[in-house]
Design a protein around this ligand. Structure first.
Ligand code: BGC
Length: 455
């Protein structure tokens, strides 16, 4: 077994940690912030486990300085966070620009820079201003212009200090779970909402990227995709074809039009309906030559044919039924997934550079004698990082790795139960306790502590 150290990744490899505004900031209605679709969604009974909300979350809005100091203590050189659109533009458009919201991200960015930490900004991590949802949200084509106005404001305000930008976080998840499955805000469950939302997200992603690049030509402009290694449950033809259809949604729908390949409709015919929303000139507008793509991987999925699943005729074989190691989310722990994903996305012509912008796991952590010994997470991270090195050594263009996430936070519809942090958060006292995985990551980054388990 080889020993893996940070040095093996080279000195230019970017190591970091990722967070998102809605999951951490709290102060939901403070200093002029407008409501987001998630503020509204969390108030609706039965949407979130235990009807939990994120009005306080990790209180990052007030504790950002301590949390950034913690990132510094952990020797993590890059911090990815998102800007809450309704904190800057409470109405979504530029009729009201909230000065205090603008000032907040100035302070976050300045505090990073003062600590020697590079800020990486995501423009959209799912917290759409509710005012825009009232006009149709992502299913209204005007969102492309609304989003570009917001992106322009961010670039003008923060572009002097922020050199790494990500336009969207996981468009498949916020359109799929938000507009088709109804599991995420705004809670819609219709194909006629999902298809236009998906197309407008593709357009906004490319237009947003173009706008940022135009205003900030020396900055690195990227966007992030959720991705999962998909395998057929058996060698039967119908399972293989089911896995191919599911793969369109898990991995292809958003990256391919961005690369100029159009929508992958030939492998999932229900998607043909998207062309109803594609206007002349859109095919070209959908393309943008991103400096990098961010890949976010947590697990793999096994897929079988399912007659009764509408449109897709495919179903996941739950990891729980497969006798495999599981996380709190009931996701399989399967480190080679991240290797396959890097390899797969790197094979697209036009992908220039890959960063892993999220990878991590929730496990049931407990505090004992003031310590959190999260050995499962520690091993999860070690094994996934080893797979990233394997991909890099195979010559794939992977140039960074960001752990999801810093502190335990609000895990969307699952509430606070799944703990993903390398830092434990006591949500009553807001006390932070660095978990064993956090201590390990700090040593790995600082002293190049060996990482065992390389294949
Ligand atoms: C999202 C995060 C989320 C994480 C774990 C990603 O899909 O970007 O916001 O907390 O996965 O579920």
């Amino acid at each position: 077994m080889k020993i893996v150290t940070r040095d093996l990744f080279g000195k230019d490899f970017k190591w970091g940690v990722s967070t998102a505004a809605f999951q951490t900031e709290g102060s939901a209605a403070t200093d002029g912030k407008g409501p987001s679709i998630w503020d509204v969604f969390t108030q609706q009974k039965g949407r979130i486990k235990g009807d939990q909300h994120a009005q306080v979350a990790c209180d990052f809005y007030r504790r950002y300085e301590q949390d950034i100091a913690l990132i510094k203590d952990l020797h993590i050189p890059n911090f990815r966070f998102s800007i809450a659109w309704p904190r800057l533009l409470p109405q979504g458009d530029r009729t009201v620009v909230n000065q205090k919201g603008l000032d907040f991200y100035d302070r976050v960015i300045d505090s990073c820079l003062a600590q020697g930490i590079e800020p990486w900004v995501t423009l959209y991590h799912w917290d759409l201003p509710h005012a825009l949802e009232l006009k149709g949200g992502w299913s209204n084509r005007d969102i492309v212009a609304w989003f570009c106005n917001y992106a322009e404001l961010c670039a003008q305000r923060y572009g002097d200090r922020v050199k790494h930008w990500m336009v969207l976080n996981e468009p498949m998840v916020f359109t799929g779970a938000g507009y088709f499955l109804g599991l995420h805000a705004p809670g819609h469950t219709a194909l006629k909402k999902f298809l236009p939302a998906a197309h407008h997200a593709v357009l906004a992603m490319a237009e947003g990227g173009r706008l940022l690049k135009g205003l900030l030509p020396t900055a690195e402009i990227g966007t992030t995709f959720s991705c999962t290694h998909v395998e057929p449950a058996s060698s039967k033809n119908r399972d293989i074809r089911a896995a191919q259809r599911a793969d369109v949604l898990f991995n292809r729908l958003f990256v391919e039009p961005t690369l100029g390949m159009g929508y992958p409709v030939e492998d999932l015919s229900v998607l043909k309906g998207i062309y109803k929303y594609v206007l002349p000139g859109d095919e070209e507008r959908m393309r943008f030559d991103f400096d990098f793509i961010g890949l976010q991987n947590y697990t793999r999925e096994l897929v079988k044919y399912a007659l009764f699943t509408p449109y897709l005729h495919a179903a996941l074989v739950p990891a729980e039924k497969r006798n495999v190691p599981l996380t709190t989310m009931k996701w399989e722990v399967y480190p080679p997934s991240i290797y396959h994903i890097i390899k797969r996305f790197d094979s697209y012509a036009g992908v220039k550079k890959i960063y892993i912008t999220e990878n991590g796991a929730a496990f049931p952590d407990t505090v004992q004698d003031g310590k959190v010994n999260d050995s499962q997470r520690l091993h999860y991270l070690q094994e996934h990082i080893a797979q990233v090195l394997r991909a890099k050594n195979d010559g794939h263009k992977v140039h960074g790795y960001f752990v999801w996430t810093l502190t335990d936070n609000f895990e969307w519809a699952e509430g606070y139960y799944p703990r993903f942090g390398i830092v434990y958060n006591d949500f009553d006292s807001q006390e932070r306790i660095v978990k064993s995985s956090g201590h390990w990551y700090a040593h790995f980054l600082n002293k190049s502590l060996p990482l065992h388990g390389c294949p």
